[in-house]
Design a protein around this ligand. Structure first.
Ligand SMILES: [Zn+2]
Length: 170
């Protein structure tokens, strides 16, 4: 497979990762949960600085997840004020155990990518799975107009440059 676009280095701050972990535990009930990812993307380096939860009006179903848009917008405004973070993607759980984006997911991302108001060049998604023994696994994907490619994500303490361990690598 050839890919003319250089894949970015992707980092997640440990606080954002912790929120995803705490929230993902709730998908033990068999319903998907998730939220938006906020951060910075300078073309070469993507830093996930904040992760949101589903919000009070989200619809959690067994094979899809509809975020609470007002909640997402509020988080996006706060993150922008704090560190100029923008909406760069989303995360959600798959109770099915499948770490790849579903067709439903890919259709939703394609709509985001084609929405001129959102002006996404690419969309980052993290699929999270709880194993039967209660461990959390995850895979990150970069989705653009043509493909969805799995990408490694490194964990950073509070600034880029100090990797701790690699997650979401497959
Ligand atoms: Zn999904």
């Amino acid at each position: 497979m050839s890919n003319s676009v250089q894949q970015p280095n992707i980092w997640i701050l440990i606080e954002a990762l912790a929120l995803i972990g705490e929230e993902a535990i709730r998908s033990r009930d068999g319903l998907e949960t998730g939220g938006i990812l906020l951060g910075t993307d300078d073309g070469q380096e993507v830093v996930i600085r904040h992760a949101g939860g589903p919000g009070p009006k989200a619809r959690l179903e067994s094979n899809r997840f509809l975020r609470d848009l007002n909640h997402a917008q509020q988080l996006a405004e706060l993150a922008w004020k704090e560190d100029q973070s923008q909406w760069i993607g989303e995360w959600h759980t798959h109770p099915s155990g499948d770490l790849t984006p579903s067709n439903y997911d890919l259709e939703a991302y394609a709509r985001h990518l084609h929405d001129p108001e959102l002006s996404f060049k690419r969309f980052l998604t993290i699929i999270v799975v709880l194993t039967p023994t209660g461990e959390i696994t995850a895979a990150a994907w970069v989705v653009d107009q043509e493909t969805a490619l799995p990408v490694p994500v490194a964990v950073a303490d509070d600034h880029v440059g100090h990797p701790r361990k690699s997650i979401a690598e497959r």
